[in-house]
Write a protein of this length. Structure first.
Lengths: 119, 119
């Protein structure tokens, strides 16, 4: 087991919306992802999903309201809740979700990343 | 669902070695804990445990080596691995672990906190 330095790991990739596996804990992965721009509306049928912002800002649109996450803030989106992540500038985000979770949830399209790299 | 601001939550308590529940995700809790001094050697039979340092430094002694975590670093201690958290100065740490996890793992003593507050 090795420790993970977030700054060092985030320096190792530059692609957006492509989560990297940084750790494995019980049935879940800790993933690191860089976000910029707008994703797609989706939800996860069975999985709650945590977003923790370590750099930048992340707007998570819900159907009835928006949640703006700044550095040092997290939110847990419960299973079944539709959400749309948007950032104006690059944001660095830690995701925590079950290993079964697909980034686009119930939707599969060109934004879907099924086989994640480990970092 | 509400977002959690880590700085704000950590300002709300001052006791050490007493994790507070800050979120619930699938079968796990996100917990916030302030650490200072030395804990007790223990392991968790069935649960992997994540330590993410958001302020200060945390030394995790293992039986064969030490891991020093600084701000922005995390480690996942696999189930079964004995560990002893130590800090010289106050450290603020995010824990992620299954709901079933007891802070003292296989050991129960005066440091055990069985009923965690939510924050």
């Amino acid at each position: 087991m090795e420790k993970v330095n977030l700054t060092e790991k985030f320096s190792k990739f530059s692609d957006y919306w492509s989560p990297k596996i940084a750790g494995e804990i019980n049935d879940s992965y800790v993933k690191l992802v860089k976000l910029k721009g707008e994703f797609v509306w989706h939800h996860h049928e069975q999985e709650d999903e945590l977003f923790l912002v370590v750099k930048g800002k992340l707007l998570i649109k819900l159907r009835d309201r928006d949640i703006l996450l700044e550095e040092g803030e997290f939110v847990i989106i419960p299973r079944g809740v539709e959400h749309l992540p948007i950032t104006e500038e690059e944001a660095h985000v830690i995701l925590l979700e079950p290993k079964s979770t697909l980034n686009t949830g119930n939707t599969q399209n060109e934004r879907t990343v099924a086989n994640l790299d480990r970092i």
